[in-house]
Design a protein around this ligand. Structure first.
Ligand code: T3D
Length: 266
């Protein structure tokens, strides 16, 4: 298959595991990795499998070719005729977002090119975002008369504030990776050629980290909806859990022995 040929449904999501890092590559490069219900179902299944796999300690989501993800496949959407969009979102798209947020392992979006519409949302649902210099971000929904979905209206205002979120969503203008960095949408911008290695190194660091990374993810996820008292209670519960882990014992022991800790994620 050439890089631009339409992949069969069997290879629209590529998977590889190396040193505890699962890389999931959206593989529909001929449409800049536009998503379909079938692709999102595969992504959700892969994330659920990873969540239950102790070998996988971090996940990278990226795109094949020059795009990260151009959002809903508009050709497929039109071709399907009178589709029940609500059902598609509920049954095929929302589960992928829930899978990312509910799994213990941290998920990194390695944004290799344009992230448009639901592709932007997908990146926002991840824990960390690393972008290639040439990547662009566009809340494309309004351009075609839609509202942002796949939880963009949840994640983006929390990440950058309601005013900036409204600007991006209502105007639908593309922003460059550097602007996304300034706004706090991405954690890091790197040279295009360096993106795979930088994302792999970051994921590798997380994969070698302690069990408490999963607990930090849980604490951060609930913090936006909690008041101070509720969040103090969450910390009390999760910190108690952290102190029961083998990694806590290893972390303290390594400190006292003046050596590098070797965490197992347990
Ligand atoms: O229906 C529902 O379920 C509701 C849910 C909606 C969620 C959404 O995500 S709505 C938003 C959908 N996405 C968009 O509106 C973005 C559409 N794409 C673009 O605006 C542009 O393609 C980009 C800004 C992303 C990139 O522009 P550019 O100039 O770099 O590339 P291009 O030439 O426009 O695209 C390259 C090819 O990919 C082209 O195909 P061709 O002409 O070479 O055969 C283009 O048609 C195709 N492509 C890009 N995006 C999509 C797409 N094909 C289908 N669906 C797409 N989303």
């Amino acid at each position: 298959m050439t890089a631009e040929a339409a992949p069969t449904t069997a290879d629209q999501l590529l998977q590889s595991v190396e040193r505890g890092v699962l890389t999931l590559t959206l593989n529909r490069p001929h449409v800049l990795n536009a998503i379909t219900p079938a692709l999102l179902d595969e992504l959700t299944d892969a994330l659920h499998e990873a969540a239950a796999n102790r070998v996988v300690r971090a996940v990278i989501i990226t795109g094949a070719g020059r795009g990260f993800c151009s959002g809903q496949d508009l050709r497929a959407a039109v071709g399907e005729g009178a589709i029940d969009v609500g059902a598609v979102l509920r049954d095929h798209y929302a589960p992928a977002i829930r899978a990312i947020r509910s799994m213990d392992q941290p998920v990194i979006a390695a944004v290799n090119g344009v992230a448009a519409g639901a592709g932007f949302s997908l990146a926002l649902a991840c824990d960390l975002r690393v972008a290639a210099q040439s990547a662009t971000f566009v809340q494309a929904f309004v351009r075609i008369g839609l509202i942002p979905d796949l939880a963009s209206t949840y994640f983006l205002p929390r990440l950058i504030g309601p005013a900036r979120a409204a600007e991006l969503m209502m105007l639908g203008e593309a922003i460059e990776a550097e602007r996304a960095l300034q706004m706090g949408i991405v954690n890091q911008v790197v040279a295009d050629a360096d993106l795979p290695a930088v994302a792999a190194a970051l994921a590798g660091r997380l994969a070698a980290g302690p069990r408490s990374i999963a607990l930090i993810k849980r604490a951060l996820d609930v913090s936006a909806a909690n008041d101070l008292e509720a969040q103090l209670a969450v910390e009390e519960r999760l910190q108690t859990e952290a102190t029961t882990t083998a990694d806590f014992v290893e972390g303290v022991t390594a400190f006292l022995e003046k050596r590098q800790a070797e965490f197992t994620g347990s």
